[in-house]
Design a binder for this molecule. Structure first.
Ligand SMILES: NC(=O)c1ccc[n+]([C@@H]2O[C@H](COP(=O)([O-])OP(=O)(O)OC[C@H]3O[C@@H](n4cnc5c(N)ncnc54)[C@H](O)[C@@H]3O)[C@@H](O)[C@H]2O)c1
Length: 314
């Protein structure tokens, strides 16, 4: 880490400053956790406009964070690199076409950052996030604990909020995780959900229950409905990016469901881990029931097959 007057100069880079990258930059400036925020985009007109606009946020909020334009290579020298480069979700666009487009963007981004600082931590937001995180890990050659993806972190806070609203308990008294491969295959770990440490279904008042299938489906559909209504879904994910960066830079050691390398599967998908200054400190053992585990196993195998295919394509 570089220093200013003996104090650490923390730097975060955001690669791809469209809707999501721009909103993430806004959240990071307001939270004032890094000294410098470097913005990178192949669209340099957009990038420079974002720098000017977001600099005003820094001035008006008295943030310590200063914003500047940068290259991919400079981004690779930061403490944290957030990858939000990609193409906007277009509803109805063939999935495979979009996957190949985004895979090629991820390859370009990693290549352009090289040589990457050896202790940099990369946070992948671009979709398909688990495939993209696995590719960044493979292509960057960084240690496993330094590459993670936003994965189902947003889905997890969303479902927690939805249940909390339904049963009238504060969300931070509830523990429930969405795990596995982000998107349609994601799995809600109902068997480990608790309120104040008591299993969720046992702690509900007599006669009331949470409809697991309905809530899980509504949680999955939420992003699509936001994109249908306004073309992008930048705000929810930007607060997740900010939370992940704070956990890392401030060595918070909180447990977060993020996309991380799962050794038994050979690919990255969401699992609860302890996040700190060195990235993923350790994964938490989650005692899933057989059905939840089987669902995760199946989709992880499909993801691994896609990763192998994409890597073989060069
Ligand atoms: N993980 C999640 O929960 C989650 C949530 C929302 C969006 N996303 C994903 O985030 C990504 C960005 O979404 P968006 O709405 O901001 O899209 P956007 O089109 O508004 O922004 C993407 C930006 O990336 C830039 N870009 C493309 N290739 C680049 C490269 N090689 N280097 C640098 N910049 C490059 C583009 O110029 C553009 O400005 C998408 O992949 C989207 O699916 C993920």
């Amino acid at each position: 880490m570089s220093t200013v007057g003996g104090k650490p100069l923390s730097r975060i880079a955001i690669i791809g400053v469209g809707e999501v990258g721009g909103a993430a930059a806004f959240a990071l400036i307001i939270s004032s956790i890094a000294r410098e925020l470097l913005l990178v985009d192949i669209n340099t007109t957009l990038r420079d406009g974002q720098v000017r606009d977001l600099s005003d946020v820094a001035y008006s909020s008295n943030s310590v964070t200063r914003v500047r334009a940068a290259t991919h290579h400079e981004a690779g020298q930061c403490d944290i690199v957030v990858i939000t480069a990609g193409s906007k979700s277009v509803l109805g666009q063939p999935n495979l076409e979009r996957v190949y487009r985004n895979v090629s963007i991820i390859r370009n981004v990693v290549d352009a950052m090289k040589p990457i600082r050896q202790d940099a931590i990369v946070v992948v937001v671009s979709n398909p996030v688990d495939l993209a995180t696995t590719l960044v890990l493979e292509l960057s050659k960084l240690p496993q604990e330094q590459v993670l993806g936003a994965g189902t972190f947003l889905d997890s806070v969303r479902i927690r909020g939805m249940i909390a609203d339904e049963i009238g308990v504060a969300a931070n008294s509830l523990d429930v995780y969405v795990l596995g491969v982000h998107g349609d295959p994601q799995v809600v770990a109902w068997s480990t959900a608790t309120i104040g440490g008591v299993p969720l279904d046992k702690s509900l008042q007599h006669g009331s229950q949470v409809d697991h299938e309905r809530v899980a489906q509504e949680c999955k559909d939420r992003s699509r409905s936001i994109i249908r209504a306004k073309g992008a879904n930048p705000f929810g994910i930007s607060s997740i990016v900010c939370s992940i960066c704070a956990s890392i830079l401030l060595d918070k050691r909180n447990v977060r469901p993020v996309s991380c390398f799962r050794p038994g599967y050979g690919c990255c998908f969401s699992w609860p881990v302890v996040l700190g200054r060195k990235g993923i400190i350790r994964a938490i053992d989650v005692p899933l029931n057989n059905r939840e585990r089987a669902d995760i196993d199946e989709t992880a195998k499909t993801l691994k097959a896609t990763v192998t295919h994409v890597l073989a394509d060069g």
